[in-house]
Design a protein around this ligand. Structure first.
Ligand code: F6R
Length: 244
């Protein structure tokens, strides 16, 4: 196995360890790195530690790239991932360089704009991602091709239900996501996983067949991957992988 697993006993340790791994990765790039960050529940302790550290030390700036966004929401809507991420981490860290998706734009024009942007700017340096219980990454739902670039997706019922837990109102049915084809080109990847309900899919994604049925299984082929996960999420991973 080529990847490194960083286990954490609880949310606090998860946040600290994820921040350590992230800041070390940021510091390893010569130029200001381009970075994808996920929204969702998983990264919250990690973002909390970044906010805390930003108060006592100057953190390395980065160019933030949006990973995914619901479609059809107006500016300022509480459900917007761009707004969530801004509030949780980008504003507190004073990250001003942001490539944001426009939820209210014409979807196919917006996808073309995002694709053109990525074609012009090349591969991202660092992808920090979460995983859905169905194995999705970003909004790449099961079946998404590994060479897909930015595209419009219809969210699965399972994803809509999971995201209802964010408590921000009705979950839109359509979204834009960077494709696995974009994420695969990242120089370095950090996967964040928390909670027992992710244990089974994490083990399947990392130990099973590499298949589009489990989009996150592409991670097995990433050259530089670190998994930061709590012990509940790691409960179905063999000990020799965790403690190499
Ligand atoms: C969010 C995203 C999703 C989440 C995944 C896990 O931007 O891209 O793939 O990372 O659904 O969500 P949580 O962390 O809420 O369990």
């Amino acid at each position: 196995m080529k990847y490194t697993v960083v286990p954490a006993l609880n949310d606090e340790e998860f946040g600290e360890k994820a921040a350590d791994v992230f800041l070390r990765a940021l510091g390893s790039f010569e130029k200001t790195p381009s970075v994808v960050l996920p929204t969702g529940n998983t990264p919250l302790p990690f973002f909390a530690v970044l906010r805390e550290r930003a108060q006592s030390q100057a953190l390395r700036p980065f160019n933030s790239l949006q990973l995914d966004e619901y479609l059809g929401l107006p500016d300022g809507d509480a459900r917007l991932f761009s707004r969530w991420l801004a509030h949780e981490v980008l504003d507190p860290l004073k990250i001003s360089s942001r490539m944001i998706f426009n939820s209210a734009a014409d979807p196919s024009e917006e996808v073309n704009r995002i694709k053109a942007w990525h074609a012009l700017n090349g591969a991202m340096d660092l992808a920090v991602i979460g995983i859905g219980e169905n194995g999705h990454v970003g909004f790449n739902e099961p079946g998404a091709k590994f060479d897909h670039r930015a595209n419009i997706v219809t969210l699965s019922g399972q994803t809509i239900e999971a995201n209802t837990s964010y408590g921000r109102g009705d979950v839109p049915r359509k979204a834009i996501t960077l494709g696995i084809g974009d994420l695969r080109r990242a120089y370095e990847t950090i996967l964040l996983v928390r909670g027992e309900r992710k244990a089974e899919i994490l083990a399947k994604a990392m130990l099973g067949e590499v298949t589009t049925d489990i989009p996150a299984s592409y991670l097995q082929q990433q050259p530089r991957l670190t998994i930061v996960a709590d012990t509940a999420a790691l409960s179905k991973m063999p000990r020799d992988i965790i403690f190499k």
